[in-house]
Ligand binder design. Sequence first.
Ligand SMILES: [Zn+2]
Length: 317
Amino acid sequence: MATATLLTRRDALLGAACFFSVRAGAQNRAEEARAFVTEEVAPGIHIRRGVDEDLTTRNEDGIANIGFIVGRDAVAVMDPGGSLIDGRRLRATIRRTTQLPIKYVVMSHVHPDHVFGAPAFQNDNPEFVGHAGLPRALALRADYYRKRLEDALGRERAGGVVAPTRLVQSHAEIDLGGRVLTVTAHGLAHTDCDLSVLDRNTGTLLAADLLFVKRIPSLDGSLRGWLKELAALESVSARRAVPGHGPTSVDWPSGAKDLERYLGTLLRETKEAIRKGMDLEAAVGTVAQSERSRWALFDAYNGHNVTQAFKELEWEQ
Ligand SMILES: [Zn+2]
């Protein structure tokens, strides 16, 4: 998600209009079925591709790749969606696919486009799985995120925070029956609370926002840390990965190359700008511009990324 991009006044007004409109149950159910298409990227792994946009009233924060994994006995969700309405649509899609209980909801990190749909799953009483750092990150950010979503979507559709009931310090296993998922808690990278999930049965790595493809990454943790965690993920034995944004599936590890190149360029050119004595504003205007044509939403995020990188690296000189 972007911290740099503000909602337009029109978006805010439309959000307010939604809040005051009363919707009948039948209409809600029709809406839940609308515009929610999943793709089975490997047997039993269903992923909805998020749109390459920032939050708007129209996209209802359905901007991240989210989905579910079906085992013999149970279902795991990852991630629960960007808003309550996004989560409800995901849940309706799961119920059209299987009646197995939803026992786990993995919340990959603090960003609302991934986890604010969690309340849609509360009545299923699943384990809500999060990084050991997630509660602190939510405590710091959730109120801001909720207000932003409510401004766009209205209070009844925005969703919110569900506290994780199972915290992962390093690794954990989730058994869906004949299918054991390995959950890994990563060091400071995209954020300070990133989880990835590996399904060994099919060799599928669900990388969430540790992997962006075609949509420019947003740096909200550590540039050096992200490069380190990405290198570790590239050595994971998987044939495909599901990015947090971009296509529903890419070959692995070759699918990491564009992100690795972008982050490497950001590191190299930011260090160079600092070495030359450039100030932050000048660095924002020059660093990583060779990447501009390669990524959706480049202009919305690159400046933010350079700012983050600059703050991280300026003390290293
Ligand atoms: Zn994110």
